[in-house]
Design a protein around this ligand. Structure first.
Ligand code: HEM
Length: 334
């Protein structure tokens, strides 16, 4: 039996996965860049600054100088990777189908026939997207996997049901399982696991706020919202509303999703772990597929219970984080 902080392990795994998806064969350089972005994120302690707003004072402090130089370093490394890829593409030598290629394609489509003065903006577009994808795509999925394991540690009966389902769909053998999880049809057969993930996203979804700005004066129910006002919807509040979910709204009951989201509550549009509308999460399918592969690989080998050292303290720091980590006791499944 070992006592580990699963959130730390899963964060590394998830960064690895997003780096491969984003940078394909240049993945190890991508990983180095992401490692620096993680340090930058820690230094900023406000990840929104990663999305492009750096409001430094006229006389920067030591820490502001450090952040500025770290960011310059990240951008220079990213730009080198981008230039290498662009050269490769121009000489017809790339067949990469990764996120970087898609971002480059989209930047190229946007900038065709644009005057020279917009060229820098194209680079900025590429850098902002690479940085955002690390933050939006890596931590969110790792946190969902971590909170899910915490809930399964608390509810061994559900942990066992998921393990049995994995064996039924994919068999017990290791190689067979790996092969099985490569097939999307098999992933959609993992109904119990899907219900567990949906319930975990309801109670501990990593995204906490849906933010929108009123671009014009508008009516919202009985309210008149003036132009320019920012409206924040607090996801945990709508996800735990007894009026919508019933008196057991705060309890872990994956069975409520047995017949899908539409029958899990009165107002299904209020289940928004990936947001809503035209600015909802672009990585929803990618995140869910990752969870449906990673969790079976882990659960088929290991069982989990809460460590006596686990301190439950979800805190909001842009995302819903476990303040003291998620410490679980891990045993090899016999
Ligand atoms: C379980 C995993 C994930 C969760 C719970 C999650 C959740 C969210 C939420 C709540 C939003 C805000 C949506 C809104 O305002 O309506 C969002 C936006 C976004 N997500 Fe995710 N996300 C996850 C995984 C990913 C992944 C894997 C990627 C990228 C590969 C990604 C990329 C993005 C991007 C780029 C946005 C901004 C979209 C925009 O502003 O148009 N997310 N996500």
């Amino acid at each position: 039996v070992v006592d580990i902080k699963v959130d730390e392990e899963l964060k590394t795994l998830s960064a690895d996965i997003i780096s491969r998806a984003c940078f394909g064969s240049s993945y190890s350089q991508g990983n180095q860049i992401f490692a620096k972005i993680a340090i930058l994120q820690e230094a900023l302690s406000n990840p929104s600054l990663l999305f492009g707003f750096l409001n430094f004072s006229l006389f920067p402090t030591e820490s502001e100088k450090k952040i500025k130089s770290l960011r310059k370093e990240v951008d220079a490394l990213l730009l080198k990777l981008v230039r290498d890829r662009q050269k490769e593409s121009q000489s017809g030598g790339t067949s990469e189908k990764d996120l970087l290629q898609m971002i480059l394609q989209s930047a190229a489509n946007n900038s065709t026939d644009r005057p020279q003065q917009y060229m820098l903006k194209t680079d900025q577009f590429i850098l902002d997207n690479c940085r955002s994808i690390y933050f939006a795509g890596s931590e969110t999925t790792a946190l969902t996997a971590s909170w899910t394991l915490m809930l399964l540690a608390l509810h061994p009966e559900w942990q066992e049901r998921v393990r049995v389902e994995i064996a039924e769909v994919c068999g017990d053998d290791d190689d067979q399982l790996r092969q099985c999880l490569k097939d999307m049809d098999n992933l959609s057969k993992l109904k119990t696991l899907t219900m567990v993930i949906q319930e975990s996203l309801r109670l501990y979804g990593p995204g906490v706020i849906l933010a929108r700005e009123a671009l014009a004066k508008m009516k919202l129910g009985d309210f008149t919202v003036p132009e320019g006002v920012h409206i924040w919807t607090l996801i945990p509040t709508v996800h735990r509303d007894p009026e919508n979910w019933g008196p057991d709204a705060n309890e872990f009951k994956p069975e409520r999703f047995a017949n899908g989201v539409s029958e899990a509550c009165k107002y299904p549009q209020a289940y928004v772990p990936f947001g809503h509308g035209s600015r909802s999460c672009i990585g929803q399918t990618f995140g869910m597929v990752q969870l449906k592969i990673v969790l079976p690989l882990i659960l088929s080998k290991f069982s989990f219970s809460l460590s006596p050292n686990y301190q439950h303290s979800p805190v909001y720091k842009m995302l819903l984080l476990p303040e003291h980590g998620i410490r679980l006791l891990v045993r090899r499944v016999q």
